[in-house]
Ligand binder design. Sequence first.
Ligand code: FES
Ligand code: FES
Length: 165
Amino acid sequence: MKIVFELNNKSVEMDVPPLARLLDVLRCELKLTATKEGCGEGECGSCSVLVDGDVVNACLLPIVQVSGRRVETLESLAAADGALSALQETMLTADGAQCGICTPGMIMAGTAYLRCLERDCHAPSAEDARRAIAGNLCRCTGYSKIIDAILLAAQIPTQEGFRHE
Ligand code: FES
Ligand code: FES
């Protein structure tokens, strides 16, 4: 089936089985391997991507459901010159990543939260940041450093070269 959608700001047209998982299409067909598979059952959030700005589990989503929609993966966050997004940067500086399997999904969920703060002019809070990553499991960090990274990123003015977009 022919599927057309926007992926990381570019239009993509593919001939794929309509029930192929978005995760498999990203990793195997398009070679975008930043999105990880953990449980494969919608429980861990390792495969989180953004669809029309909302966090979704790519392991559960048939590709047909992204037809005509906007998909973003971790690969879209760094600038063409390699500059990291605010949250990518603070995940490094706050030691928010250890083994790394959860990290791409955490960053996508955190990015959705940061955009929400910007869009709606909300003040960041640890409680809200925790809620934003509630669907993402981490076995290594105890979550505190990831929350720290999100709150630090929320303090970085976008004009300093870092982006939440
Ligand atoms: S791999 Fe998709 S939620 Fe775990
Ligand atoms: S850093 Fe290992 S699961 Fe989160």
